[in-house]
Each structure stands twice: as structure tokens, then as C-alpha cells.
Design a protein around this ligand. Structure first.
Ligand SMILES: NC(=O)c1ccc[n+]([C@@H]2O[C@H](COP(=O)([O-])OP(=O)(O)OC[C@H]3O[C@@H](n4cnc5c(N)ncnc54)[C@H](O)[C@@H]3O)[C@@H](O)[C@H]2O)c1
Length: 423
């Protein structure tokens, strides 16, 4: 069985390492973060993901997974490092470049190199392959096989989707696509499609851009619905009864490492040709401001209002706060001199730049509870928790997840027609 070296042990690389070790491969996980390596070498994990802890603990203890800060010789290298955007929204490929450079001394002829990170179009051709060529290999002649296999799992279901999802394998050459696809076919249940590296890059980016554009449409609807005094949630529900319509849900914006970032990778390569994608980004990025406007309306008659923020992660039931609109809303409220108290049962204090409180502590004496993540615990919460702890049980629900009751005043993004300020 091939020896596999996985570079980057975060939300993608760690589950991938555990999953491959569980399939019997000898896996070497590499991360530049010494704290991550130290935690993992004890059989513990540094991220929240269902079913991950048991698999990592077992594979570390049975020796199938070894972790280190430096790569080792292997037959297959999988690179799963971050691909963020710079402040000016252009891609930052420094991690991909460094990770590719780091494996060169450990590569040999016949090895497969797979980039699982999400990358802008032509990154394999223009960045990854030139680094490998400079390292003395010739991927054009298939002495090593370079491919892009974009990861498309969703946090919260990663361990299931790693096995079940279909995969797109884009090879730098046809032979690279074939060899890489054959490797995935051994371990996944989904179908594995072979194509070029560029097509694989674009396919992944278009999946997330499709989501971003559709979320923008729903968010625009929520703004229009406020002006027209119509309930956007009811509109969406009824319109979606049409067999060819699937309007998404409005919310506080778009977060996470993928949907809020990936459209920029296309936009930077085709700026004049992507007005729809750019407008979608603008609409989704404007939603924190729209939420804050509603808080201002609700609290305009109160001196020094206190806002309880429920949920900081970018979506329900996960701990990930990257690009989270909730964090932006919280920071903007602080800048606007609001007194805020944040609670998120998933987010670790070390991951947030805001002080976190327990649920009741965050609600204590609050004028408004602002719900920014649809965690199950919030969905299932008895409305008396608001009544018993808050100064006034007024809730602004940006995720359409709180159940209404007579004891509370509930406003929703998408249904703001009845909004009144607290007196
Ligand atoms: N998180 C998701 O849900 C998701 C889903 C699909 C695709 N992706 C893509 O997968 C890629 C990885 O994302 P992630 O969420 O796992 O990121 P992450 O930040 O959770 O993990 C990346 C890890 O790589 C490490 N790293 C950085 N440079 C390194 C190097 N040179 N050598 C070794 N380790 C290095 C970091 O220390 C970090 O632990 C990104 O391109 C992302 O867009 C993520």
C-alpha cells in the first residue's frame, strides 16, 4: 500500500489523514503549527468535527497516522493548506507555494502530488507545476503526476462526505488524472470524474459562486421585503413550491473559508467579465450593516443598550469563525459603542477576539438578543430563558431559527415589517 504524506492538518487535512489511516494506509500528517502537531501526537484533536476524535485517537495509537512538522518521503502527497484572500480580495497562494516547495526534497519519480486546497484557475499550471519543475521533475513527461482534487465536504459532516461525495480529479496531464482518480476510487464510495486541472479548479469555484449568488438573491429579497412590508420567508416558502425554483434563505451575510472567499478567485482572473459575481459579494458583504441598522432601530430610544449575541460561528453547530459575519457584526457593534455580551457553545475563547460568556450571563439584563447562528441549542431553547434573564425579551433572529411565543417579541431578518423600537 502507498505511503501518504498530508500537508496541512486543519479542517480538511486532518479528517483526510484520519480517513486514509482508517483505510489502512501509512499516513504522515505534517503541519507547520507546532501546537497542532503536539496536540495530535497525544491522540487529541484541535478542531471540532463529529466522529473525528475517535478516528484520530485510534490511528495515532495504532501507529497508522504519524504527525510531524516536516514532510517525509511518500508515494502520494496531499496538500490541504489555507488559500485565503489578501485584504484587497486577491488570492494569497503563499501557503500553497511554501507547501509545494516543502515536499520537493522528499519527492521521487512516480509520486503523485494532489492539491486539495481550493485554488484560483490556472494555479496548477502556472504556480504548482513550475515549482515542481524547478525542483528537478518533469510533470509534462509524467515523471511525477500532479493533480487538483478540490475538497467539497461540509463541516459537521466531513467524515461522512469524505467517503460518499463525488470527486472531481483534474490532472495536469491525462495520465496524472487517471492515476490520481484510481487512488481516490480505492477509498471513496462516490463517483470520481477525470478532467483537466483548469476545469477542476473552475468547477469547485463555480459551486461556491453559485451558492454565493443565490444567497445574495435571498439577502436582496430580505431588504426589498422590509421596504414592501412582506415576509420574505413566506415568499421563499411559497415560491419554492414551484418545481423549478429553489430560493435560498436570507441571513446575516456569508462566512466560512469557502463561499465568502472562492468567488474572488474567479473575479481576480476575469474582473470585467464577472459583474454578477461581484455584485453578489457586495450584497452579502453588506448584510452585517443591514443587521446593525435593525439593531439601531430597535434600540434608538435606549441609552447604552446591551445586546446579547447568540452565535459567533459562520453557521449552525460548528466552531468555525473564519470570515463569520457574526464576528463582524459584533465588532461593528462594539465600534458603535454598544455593550455586547457574546455566547457561543461551540466557539473556543482562544478562537474569538471577543469575550465569551455563558448563555444566562450573556442574556442577563440585555435589551435585545441578536441570534447570529442557527445552533440546535438555540432552536430548541425555551422562550422563558429569554424572559427570565433579559431586561426586555426582544429577539432579532437573523437565521429564521427561533420559535415565536407570546412571551417574547421576535423580529426576523426577512420579516421586519412589524419592527418597533423599545421604549
Ligand atoms: N474547511 C472547509 O470546510 C473546506 C471545505 C472545502 C475546501 N476547503 C479548502 O481546503 C483548504 C484547507 O482548508 P482548511 O479549512 O483545512 O484550513 P485550516 O486553516 O483549517 O488548516 C490548514 C492547516 O495547514 C497548516 N499549514 C499552513 N501552511 C503549511 C505548510 N506549508 N506546511 C504544512 N502545514 C501548513 C496550517 O497550520 C493549518 O493547520 C483551503 O484551500 C480551503 O479553501 C476547506
Amino acid at each position: 500500500m502507498e505511503k501518504i504524506c498530508v500537508i496541512g492538518l486543519g479542517y480538511i487535512g486532518l479528517p483526510t489523514s484520519g480517513f486514509l489511516a482508517d483505510n489502512g494506509y501509512e499516513v504522515y500528517g505534517v503541519d507547520v503549527n507546532e501546537d497542532v502537531v503536539e496536540t495530535l501526537s497525544k491522540g487529541e484533536i484541535h478542531i471540532e468535527e463529529p466522529s473525528l476524535a475517535g478516528i484520530i485517537s485510534e490511528s495515532i495509537h495504532n501507529g497508522k497516522l504519524k504527525v510531524s512538522t516536516t514532510p517525509v518521503q511518500a508515494d502520494i502527497f496531499i496538500i490541504a493548506v489555507p488559500t485565503p484572500v489578501h485584504d484587497n480580495k486577491t488570492s494569497n497562494l503563499d501557503y500553497v507555494k511554501k507547501a509545494t516547495e516543502s515536499i520537493i526534497p522528499y519527492m521521487k519519480k512516480g509520486d503523485i502530488v494532489i492539491i486539495e486546497s481550493t485554488i484560483p484557475p490556472r494555479t496548477i499550471d502556472d504556480i504548482v507545476v513550475p515549482i515542481i519543475k524547478a525542483g528537478g521533475f518533469n510533470p509534462e513527461e509524467d515523471d511525477v503526476y500532479v493533480s487538483h482534487c478540490p475538497e467539497r465536504v461540509i463541516p459537521g459532516r466531513i467524515m461522512t462526505e469524505l467517503i460518499e461525495n463525488n470527486r472531481i480529479v483534474g490532472g495536469y496531464t491525462e495520465e496524472a488524472a487517471k492515476r490520481t482518480a484510481d487512488f481516490y476510487r480505492k477509498v471513496v464510495k462516490g463517483q470520481v470524474f477525470e478532467t483537466s486541472a483548469l476545469t477542476a479548479e473552475m468547477s469547485k469555484l463555480m459551486e461556491n459562486t453559485y451558492r454565493d449568488v443565490n444567497i445574495a438573491l435571498a439577502n436582496e429579497l430580505s431588504k426589498v421585503s422590509e421596504k414592501l412590508g412582506v415576509n420574505a420567508h413566506e415568499v421563499v416558502k411559497l415560491a419554492n413550491m414551484h418545481p423549478r425554483v429553489n430560493i435560498h434563505q436570507p441571513g446575516p451575510g456569508v462566512g466560512g473559508h469557502c463561499i465568502a472567499v472562492d468567488p474572488y478567485f474567479i473575479i481576480e482572473k476575469a474582473n470585467e467579465l464577472s459583474p454578477l459575481m461581484q455584485t453578489a459579494r457586495e450584497i452579502n458583504s453588506s448584510m452585517p450593516g443591514f443587521v446593525i441598522d435593525q439593531i439601531k432601530k430597535i434600540t434608538m430610544n435606549i441609552e447604552n443598550p446591551t445586546i446579547a449575541i447568540l452565535g459567533l460561528s459562520y453557521k449552525g453547530n460548528v466552531d468555525d469563525v473564519r470570515e463569520s459575519p457574526a464576528i463582524e457584526i459584533a465588532n461593528q457593534l462594539v465600534s458603535a459603542d454598544y455593550h455586547i455580551k457574546c455566547h457561543d457553545p461551540y466557539v473556543k475563547q482562544s478562537a474569538a477576539n471577543l469575550e465569551l460568556f455563558g448563555l444566562e450571563e450573556s442574556l442577563a439584563e440585555a435589551d435585545v438578543a441578536l441570534v447570529l447562528a442557527d445552533h440546535n441549542v438555540f432552536k430548541e431553547m425555551d422562550s422563558m430563558v429569554y424572559v427570565n434573564n433579559m431586561k426586555t425579551p426582544v429577539i432579532l433572529d437573523t437565521k429564521n431559527c427561533i420559535q415565536d411565543s407570546d412571551e417574547i417579541t421576535l423580529y426576523k431578518i426577512g420579516d421586519l415589517g412589524k419592527l418597533k423600537s423599545i421604549r
